[in-house]
Design a protein around this ligand. Sequence first.
Ligand SMILES: CCCSc1c(F)c(F)c(S(=O)(=O)NC)c(F)c1F
Ligand SMILES: [Zn+2]
Length: 261
Amino acid sequence: TGNHWGYGKEDGPTLWHRNYPVAEGSRQSPIDIIPLQAVHDHSLGPIILSYDHCTSINIANNGHSVVVEFDDSDDRSVIRGGPLDNPYRLKQFHFHWGGKGCHGSEHTVEGMSYASELHLVHWNAVKYKNFGEAATAPDGLAVLGIFLEAGDDHRWLHVITDALYMVKYKGSLTDFKGFNPKCLLPSSLQYWTYLGSLTTPPLHESVTWIILKESITVSEKQLGKFRMLLFTGEEEDQRMRMENNFRPPQPLKGRKVRSSN
Ligand SMILES: CCCSc1c(F)c(F)c(S(=O)(=O)NC)c(F)c1F
Ligand SMILES: [Zn+2]
C-alpha cells in the first residue's frame, strides 16, 4: 500500500523505482569501491569528528533498521573537514546487516562485502534550516560509513546490542542517553569519498559519502543480536526477522571516487 517498501521479494530494492523513480538516477548509493581506481586527492584534508559533547536521546526500531537519534539543536556534535565545506550536524546512526553468516554491508570493496555497515548521518545546518530540507539538497547530508567485520567481540558495541531486546518490534523506542559513537570508530580515519544518495527510500541524491577504509571487528554473537530484531510490529501475527536490510551496489555512472592520502 502507498509508499510501503522493504527488503523482501515483493517490496525489495529491485522494485523501489516504481514509487521512487530516482532509484535509477545518476548518483545512487551504495557502490562497489575499487581502491586502485580511486583518485588520490591531496587537497582532501582529514575528517574531524567532534562528538565529545554529543547527546544521544533514544534508540528505536523503525521497521527498517535500529536507529540511535541525537539532539541536533546546536553544533555540539559535528563532522567537518575532508570533502566537506561546512560542519555537518550528527542526526542519527543506524546499521545494515546480513542474515546468518552471509554478508550485510551496502558498500562493497572490489566486490567484497562485510558483515554489516554502520551509517552516521549528518546534515548541513549552515545552509539548511532543518534536516528535512537538507535531506533533499545535493550538499545537504554527509554520511560516515564504517564496515563491521566478524571476529572478536567489540568492546563497546555491547552497549547497543544489550539494548536491542527493548526495541525488538517495529515502532518501539526507548531512552538511550550518553552514548558517544566515537567508541565505534576504527583507529584510522583514512577514507574514500564520493557523491551519492540515501540507500533507502526516498533515495534522495543528497549525500556526500565518507567511507572509512579500516573496518571495526564485532563478534558473531553481537551480530546475532541485531538479527533478533523484527521488521514487524508487536500487533502483527507474522513475525519477520530483521536481517539482510541492505541495498546492493548501484551503477557508478561516471562518478569519481576520491581517496584521502
Ligand atoms: C530521510 C531519512 C531519515 S534519516 C536516514 C535514514 F533513516 C536512513 F536509513 C538512511 S540510509 O539511506 O538507510 N543510509 C544512508 C539515511 F541516509 C538517512 F538520512
Ligand atoms: Zn544506512
